[in-house]
Design a protein. Structure first.
Length: 410
């Protein structure tokens, strides 16, 4: 069994796939480790099947590269479409932007294909157990699967786990998130597959099908759910989260059947998430942590652009220094939901397009650091930027002329 690689990526979500594919495309021997049976993370195993906008809502695409490639590939083996008039929008709402809803299973097939084409070695159903270091370098990760426990060694590592699992195993400082109970599931309604979404937030507001009657059927109330928040790094709480959300679904169907809203032959669950649908688990406290109020600002060491899907005209430049810890190993980067961001900035950076942007930047940086024989934090951002630009990826707002607000008539 081969256990030595140039780049090891931990976590097979969108960020991890992007990082692994980019490193492999740069000629690096790359391994990707995923603890579930599916790549894609929350987008696939978590059934969060909306590829949020790659544009600013004013007709300007801001995220490119693997972010766009993944969005288009998500439609290769299933339904979905990009709104044809997204370039004509001014202050466009989310659903009219460069966005697409996809089949989670279709995206799994597309990402498998992407990894295979790049030549990435993939370990599925494999759990990270420990991190091994020598001096200021990470030398390997102990993993376990049906073969037993063994160590994967590499020269560069990327933590795209969503929970900063390597960072936490190394004792690096992290910011823990707070998550409310929510559930996305696929169900059949009168022969048509639809998304069943429910959530209760801290102010007691409910979304989707979390009706008071359905909650009561499961012995819950909005107030009780609103008072319960989890970080996602307590094993017992994770189990509780999964069981409670599925318990809600049972109550929802019992309520529907009792009220004769639909018989069970025409209303029933089709697919359930295979992972807890936490949005924010842990983010690394980075050399430069992204914070509120930094949208539409120039960042000298930016490695890409990410749009805020909630509001048009809000675009964030992503600092390279938000991808590593100042106190961590010199050969470890973070990408996706566990890169350095807090507050509202974390809300922007936790979604699929941002995961693809940070993953690709991390994969490119790891490859260049190996080529230049440099610690990652000493890598020239200009050199990294040049390589990204060669692949059609802008780093700064001014490169796209995004200096004026949209003035078209709506």
């Amino acid at each position: 069994m081969k256990t030595y690689y140039d780049v090891a990526v931990i976590g097979g979500g969108v960020a991890g796939v992007a990082a692994a594919v980019q490193a492999a495309r740069c000629g690096m021997k790359t391994v990707l480790v995923e603890r579930t049976a599916l790549v894609g993370g929350l987008a696939t195993g978590g059934l969060i099947n909306v590829f949020l906008p790659l544009c600013d809502g004013n007709g300007h695409q801001v995220s490119f590269g693997l972010a766009e490639e993944m969005l288009r590939r998500s439609l290769k083996y299933g339904p979905g479409e990009i709104p044809p008039g997204w370039r004509n929008e001014c202050n466009g709402e989310e659903r009219k932007r460069f966005i697409s809803v996809f089949s989670p299973a279709s995206l799994v097939l597309a990402l498998d294909e992407l990894l295979e084409e790049a030549g990435v070695t993939v370990y599925l159903d494999t759990l990270v157990c420990a991190a091994k270091t020598a001096g200021n370098r990470l030398t390997g990760v102990a993993v376990e699967n049906e073969s037993g426990r063994f160590t994967l060694r590499a020269r560069q590592f990327i933590d795209a786990s969503g929970s900063a699992v390597l960072g936490r195993r190394l004792g690096l400082p992290v910011t823990a998130g707070e998550n409310y109970f929510s559930l996305w599931a696929l169900e059949c309604v009168l022969g048509k597959i639809e998304m069943n979404i429910g959530a209760v937030y801290g102010n007691g507001a409910a979304t989707g099908k979390f009706s008071d009657a359905a909650l009561a059927e499961s012995g819950w109330s909005r107030q009780r759910l609103a008072e319960q928040k989890q970080t996602g790094i307590d094993g017992r709480q994770v189990s509780e989260y999964l069981l409670k959300t599925r318990g809600y679904l049972r109550g929802y169907y019992r309520h529907c059947y009792r009220q004769e809203e639909a018989p069970r032959e025409s209303l029933y669950p089709v697919a359930l998430p295979i992972m807890p649908q936490y949005r924010k688990i842990c983010a690394i406290q980075a050399a430069e942590t992204m914070r509120d109020g930094q949208a539409n600002r120039h960042v000298p060491d930016s490695v890409g652009l990410v749009a805020d899907w909630r509001r048009a005209g809000s675009v964030w430049e992503v600092p390279f220094r938000s991808l590593y810890s100042a106190s961590g190993p010199e050969n470890l980067l973070f990408a996706g939901r566990c890169m350095g961001a807090v507050g509202d900035a974390w809300e922007v950076m936790r979604v699929i397009p941002a995961a693809a942007v940070t993953g690709q930047a991390a994969g490119m940086a790891a490859a260049l650091a190996l080529r230049d024989r440099l610690p990652l934090r000493e890598l020239s951002v200009e050199r990294l930027g040049d390589e990204l630009k060669r692949r059609g990826i802008p780093r700064h707002l001014e490169e796209l002329g995004l200096t004026e607000p949209c003035r078209k008539e709506r």
